[in-house]
Design a protein around this ligand. Structure first.
Ligand code: ATP
Ligand code: LTN
Length: 329
């Protein structure tokens, strides 16, 4: 049966291979059978300081990359979170249902705030807005990478809490996390996740990196001592990470890759991986540039927002009625 699917990516930098493998590939897959909402979550991006020109550019870029990766805006709703004002309003309401202690436990908050002199309150209440994003469409499935699992658990708790206090209303959503590639690691440190806001560009492959940059970044990627191409994340995290990327971009299984490179050293494997990535990303980049130069994005985003707004407004009205807000007339 068709389900409702919702996800979002922050326009906080240039999208990486981690975003593609962990999230976007599943967006494309799920749209074939389900009613999908794919947002660019700009209200989440501003929980850390963003330069206005960069925010504008990254917002368009993420939307164009969704389409270039194969999201069909006729079938799926593609839009900016800030174009559907109901997200911010339900976000506030959900914030009032969230306990401080729940937010204090979030590892993303701990990671992003650690060592900072001043931390914005938005970063702290970020998960309540994310819960609102999901609940406002009564989404059943939320395709995300492993790092978002904890936020999804909180969303489920918050949905249950609302339903308990105000009567059955929200769908309790399920995370949809890939088996391989749910946590692509940084190229310079196999213990950290690949992240678009890492200040070292050598730590990630950006989806828009030119072919030679991709080849160079892979050839410089840190590898474990030893020389065998074997998948064992516990003892060989770095080569295992590169193998996951290889598998996800070539369609081969981890075992097929291990067999192909048996008895060989890392050099040949890395060289081939660079080519696999170039072959995966070149067509995507070409489509991306076509979309950006076509000027079609503005209308696509406006249409997506309008359809989403109709659904979101209805849910929000139901929430406010149940909670006892006075109607306008
Ligand atoms: P930032 O560095 O700004 O926090 P990010 O690169 O971590 O950004 P998000 O916008 O937070 O990306 O995440 C978008 C989606 O991509 C989420 O579903 C997230 O789980 C997924 N994702 C992000 N990084 C990875 C990764 N390294 N491996 C797998 N999935 C990832
Ligand atoms: N927190 C998510 C981005 C996000 C999201 C969402 C993901 C905001 N709202 C709703 C899924 C559903 C992240 O990727 N860091």
């Amino acid at each position: 049966m068709a389900k409702k699917v919702l996800s979002g990516i922050q326009p906080s930098g240039s999208l990486t291979l981690g975003n593609y493998i962990g999230a976007i590939k599943n967006f494309v897959k799920l749209q074939e059978e389900h009613e999908c909402y794919f947002m660019v979550v700009d209200l989440h991006a501003i929980t850390v300081s963003q330069d206005p020109a960069a925010l504008r550019e990254n917002s368009e870029s993420v939307a164009a990359l969704y389409l270039a990766a194969g999201i069909d805006p006729v079938v799926s709703n593609v839009y900016m979170q800030s174009h559907v004002q109901q997200h911010a309003e339900l976000g506030w309401i959900i914030t009032t249902l969230t306990a401080m202690g729940e937010l204090e436990r979030m590892t993303q908050f701990k990671d992003k705030s650690s060592g900072k002199d001043s931390v914005g309150a938005g970063l702290f209440v970020y998960p309540s807005l994310m819960a609102a994003d999901i609940l406002i469409y009564n989404a059943d499935l939320v395709p995300v990478g492993e790092d978002q699992k904890q936020h999804l658990e909180l969303t489920r708790d918050l949905a249950g809490r609302f339903n308990h206090r105000f009567g059955e209303f929200f769908t309790v959503p399920e995370p949809y996390i890939p088996e391989v590639g749910a946590r692509i690691m940084s190229l310079d440190d196999g213990t950290k996740k690949m992240s678009k806001s890492n200040p070292n560009p050598g730590s990630y492959i950006a989806l828009l990196d030119p072919p030679d940059v991709i080849r160079k970044k892979i050839s410089r990627a840190t590898t474990d001592s030893g020389r065998e191409v074997i998948f064992d994340p516990a003892t060989k995290p770095e080569i295992s990470n590169l193998m996951s990327i290889y598998a996800e971009c070539s369609g081969m299984t981890l075992q097929q890759i291990a067999d192909r490179y048996e008895g060989q050293m890392y050099g040949g494997f890395k060289k081939d991986l660079g080519e696999v990535l170039v072959a995966t990303l070149e067509p995507l980049q070409q489509k991306y540039h076509e979309i950006r130069s076509s000027g079609a994005l503005t209308d696509i985003l406006a249409e997506g927002a309008e359809r989403a707004r109709n659904v979101a407004a209805q849910t929000l009205a139901g929430v406010k009625e149940r909670m006892g807000f006075l109607p306008l007339r």
